[in-house]
Ligand binder design. Sequence first.
Ligand code: KIV
Ligand code: ZN
Length: 542
Amino acid sequence: MNKQVESDRIVIFDTTLRDGEQCPGATLNVDEKLLIARQLARLGVDVIEAGFAIASPGDFEAVQKVAQAVGTEDGPVICSLARAIKADIKAAAEAIKPAAKARIHTFISTSDIHLEYQLKKSRAEVLAIAQEMVAYAKSFVEDVEFSTMDATRTDPEYLYQILELAIAAGATTINIPDTVGYTTPSEFGALIRGIKENVPNIDQAIISVHGHNDIGLAVANFLEAVKNGARQLECAINGIGERAGNTALEEVVMALHVRRQYFNSFLGRPAESEEPLTNIDTHQIYKTSRLVSNLTGMLVQPNKAIVGANAFAHESGIHQDGILKNKLTYEIMDAQSIGLTDNQIVLGKHSGRNAFRTRLTELGFELSETELNKAFLRFKELADKKKDVTDWDLEAIVNDEIQQTPELFHLDLVQVSCGDKSRPTATVTLRTPTGEELIDAAIGTGPVDAVYKAINRVVNVPNELIEFSVQSVTAGIDAIGEVTIRLRYDDRVFSGHAANTDIIVASAQAYVNALNRLYRALQNAESSSNSESQRRQEKVTN
Ligand code: KIV
Ligand code: ZN
């Protein structure tokens, strides 16, 4: 029997890098995926779904690199998604090979509506494919997960049948996705209970759930699933993912943490047990959320549960009065439990390299010597402009420094002239990897518009700016401004992020950051179409 099945602990499967990355504009490059994967490992997730290996050479490389770097013996299981197709499963198996603990996650649709219109296959045909493909995946790895896509709109009797066959063929985890975010908590709970009661070999596999938040019920659905026997939860940081997103990891984990005594009995534990229900180090939640938001350009709404800027802010007089008398009056969890510090002033312009390094280590950043040097220079520049450098400032500059996409264009200079009686004018200098300097100037409706027009004249890739936001990292006139932008090219969305005390400079850097991603994607598309035509050419000549 699968050891995990007997566990009274909830397995956290993170799909930020796969389903999460599927939302428009959240595209991440390989280095960014690695940064997130490392942080997910620090967060303590049990399984990282690192991508969909067959989807593109970039996806394959990302899964492989995550498997190499993060898939250590004591690290998380590294998983790749694969349709129930031999080529997909083979690519997944190849990509996850470097991981000490590797999983293939294969799926097929099971609802009649998907069978009729999408797969154009009968129920019997899908049963046979599922059985054969799970067995095929099993020929590569011991750890095989099988998903029944659109499970919540599937005839339960058919679902029981296909799950039984998949387990018999070797699936160690069976996943029940609410693909279209359609189910409700009691209905989902009943479905999981039905599976437990009607699939004869269910004790040989762990029951997993995967949810989407289309009607805002994803977390509630998961909690009900746990009460009825689900022991693996598939979620994404900040709830990013297809359409309305996936179940938010931080929300479901903190629900299980804050209310662990309520959930204990459903996991066969003594009611008063304080033992955590998951392996997650909750103190890493806030940092992980910020990293994912910065890299994907998907902003977190201020009132978002757990990680929103207002999640721990008490505004009303009555609440503040209660909190001052006793925190427990209005606080069900401590901000520090998700890693939010008190934002103390820790460093200033006289702080040295050692103090800087020590504080970063305390904050959980592991920087290489080069990264540390670059970040220290940024810190010194900041400390010259800003008297008190807080933990949040440090986090912003370090993230900004280590998260930059490999640069094609580097912003060397940005200069603007504006005011109520002048026409906003900007001059920019960009440097290419060969050292060539490209200079141009433009007039705009405002300083940012002028800067963007000048950059566009240099880069010359037509695009549409669809989102622009500035947030201040701390309070005060000298605060660092973080700029996040999203732009559209054809039907694709690219994001950019930068932090600086000068918001015009941050705006320019964020724009160049997004254009670098766009440019990189164009280059990748060009090189894969070249190798495709070379392959065709070779086929013709062979
Ligand atoms: O939503 C879904 O059904 C999925 C599967 C691939 C698990 O993402
Ligand atoms: Zn999904």
